[in-house]
Design a protein around this ligand. Structure first.
Ligand code: FAD
Length: 519
């Protein structure tokens, strides 16, 4: 029996030295979990790591962490997976682990070619509707901060982490409490993952878009591609993400059961990284603690609306991440080292279906988002070339004024910024809540309201504005047999890991349906 121990150590104490001193009989060890607690560092409290560790004594062996898979053999109906984001790819991967081939259909290109299109968009405003920050191999996750943290509890989370490590993620991904890959690592490992899938017999069709689901007697029996080709299967996994607007419109036309969902909109706030490190770490700034993070939330006692930080990218970049020619959307990413000179996060206000946007139209949330994105684009076009992101200094936003000079702080955003009043882009209830919440945030993070901070808008795609309803056990659409809504676009995930886990769950459901196999 191996021994499991838990302890905390000051951030600068070597864990191996500690183990060797305290457990001299140990022959090997592995870290099961490691979490940094830097609360109070700005008041001089030494940051500490909590470790959960398994140690081995002579003659003992670690239990294998990798699952063993049985080959259940091919399906008579090859599953068709629409979308090569984390949801779709992990569905294909799990199927492949059990010896099942699938066809993955992806509207965009392979990760490396996709990057060239994105660079053109950021630098010159040349937009490609099929290859952008949300579309193409790897999905929206490819240009992310690569935070793998999730709040969901599923046994498949560990599988996802282990598979990331198998394809090249740093080995601590499997055990630290806040794993982070960064865009640069994700790009490399997604390539390896799709190469592996293809070697195993999975077909990945790039630059191919699904335009229509084929329906017969109320069941989904196949897909029609943008070249007119039709493919048939009784297993259609829909993992198109939350930006594929035309898919939602198509599902609405087909009367696929969906319901409206709350989401959130707001801005991205960018500070110099040094400032956030100083606020959070105090005198420990510059030590080996990584770029500092924060998490903020505030509930307005009158409206009961929440305003919160989201998708924080310490040492990261602010990105233009829209999917339409006439709309601007912002988001954030970082590389593994998190070493840019800025730290950014979304600051968003909750948006309630039926209260903040029309509830009579199922896709009212989508229209609400798009109107904001369109306003941002118009503002950018009016004051610059249409590629620059609308932005205002935080102080000017708080004072509800905008100076005539066009100077803004230096930014990480490769598309550049254009000075615009944020209040002209976002609905008043959003800016009002942001303003109130920012005052509270500055109380908990002293110096957060700073002349060095800038607000960049709009952050609209925080989550899907609808949920595609599905059976709790089979995960099949409640209205259309054969359709398996998957991942973030279906409203069943929010983030890379939960979308990947959802793909795994669907793969397991398909295996059970076709083979009766339920390990
Ligand atoms: C800039 C940015 C940063 C982010 N940072 C993080 C982060 O740090 N951590 C985190 O957990 N999450 C992050 N996210 C969110 C995360 O990326 C998503 O939650 C996740 O990618 C959702 O996975 P998915 O597979 O459900 O959908 P997506 O990743 O959106 O993938 C959908 C795929 O379907 C394809 N597709 C769409 N329509 C069609 C069609 N008709 N035919 C064929 N293919 C189609 C798309 O091209 C795309 O590849 C970030 C998102 C963005 C945009």
């Amino acid at each position: 029996m191996t021994k499991k121990i838990q302890f905390t150590l000051d951030y600068n104490i070597d864990v191996e030295d500690h183990l060797e001193k305290n457990y001299p009989e140990m022959t090997d060890y592995r870290i099961l979990n490691q979490a940094l607690d830097a609360r109070g560092a700005n008041r001089g409290k030494v940051p500490r790591y909590t470790y959960n560790i398994e140690i081995l004594l002579a003659g003992e062996q670690f239990e294998a962490v990798q699952e063993k898979f049985v080959n259940v053999g091919p399906f008579t109906n090859i599953p068709i997976i629409i979308g090569a984001g984390p949801g779709g790819l992990f569905c294909a991967l799990r199927l492949a682990d059990f010896g099942v081939n699938s066809i993955v259909i992806e509207r965009g290109d392979r990760a490396h070619s996709r990057m060239l299109h994105i660079a053109k968009f950021w630098r010159y405003g040349v937009f490609d509707a099929e290859n952008n920050v949300c579309y193409g191999e790897g999905g929206a996750g490819l240009f992310s901060d690569g935070k793998l943290i999730t709040r969901i509890k599923s046994p498949f989370v560990q599988y996802v982490m282990n598979r990331f490590v198998d394809f090249g993620a740093p080995k601590e991904t499997a055990y630290i409490s806040n794993p982070h890959l960064g865009s640069n690592k994700i790009r490399g490992l997604i390539n390896k993952m799709t190469d592996f899938l293809r070697e195993r017999g999975t077909v990945v069709r790039y630059n191919t878009r699904v335009d229509r689901l084929i329906i017969e007697n109320g069941e989904v029996i196949g897909v029609e591609l943008n070249n007119g080709e039709k493919l048939y299967s009784k297993y259609i996994v829909l993992a198109t993400g939350h930006s594929a607007k035309e898919i939602y419109v198509h599902l609405d036309d087909l009367k696929v059961e969906m319901k409206q969902k709350d989401f959130a909109v707001g801005v991205r706030i960018e500070h110099p990284r040094e400032l956030i490190d100083q606020i959070q770490y105090g005198d420990f700034k510059g030590q080996d603690l990584g770029a500092a993070r924060y998490r903020l939330s505030y509930e307005d006692s009158f409206s009961k609306k929440g305003t919160y930080s989201f998708c924080m990218c310490p040492g990261g970049y602010v990105l233009s991440s829209g999917t339409e020619t006439n709309g601007i959307v912002v988001n954030g990413m970082s590389n593994y080292a998190r070493n840019s000179r800025w730290s950014n996060a979304a600051l968003v206000v909750s948006v309630k279906a039926g209260i903040d946007f029309e509830s009579s139209k199922l896709l009212g949330g989508l229209n609400f988002q798009h109107k904001i994105e369109e306003k941002a684009f118009e503002a950018s076009k009016q004051n610059a070339s249409g590629k620059e992101l609308p932005a205002q200094t935080l102080l000017e936003f708080m004072e509800n004024k905008i100076s005539s000079n066009n100077t803004l702080n230096k930014t990480s955003a490769p598309s550049g910024l254009v000075k615009t009043s944020i209040r002209e882009i976002l609905p008043t209830f959003v800016t009002k809540h942001l303003e109130n919440a920012l005052l509270k945030f500055d109380e908990s993070l002293k110096g957060f309201i700073s002349d060095k901070a800038v607000l960049i808008a709009p952050e609209t795609r925080t989550s899907s504005p609808v949920t595609i309803l599905r059976d709790k056990v089979s995960l099949e659409s409640t209205s259309h047999h054969g359709l398996f809504p998957c991942g973030e676009g279906a409203g069943h995930a929010g983030g890379i890991t939960s979308a990947a886990v959802d793909g795994v769950k669907i793969a397991m459901s398909l295996i059970k349906k076709e083979k009766g196999f339920d390990p």
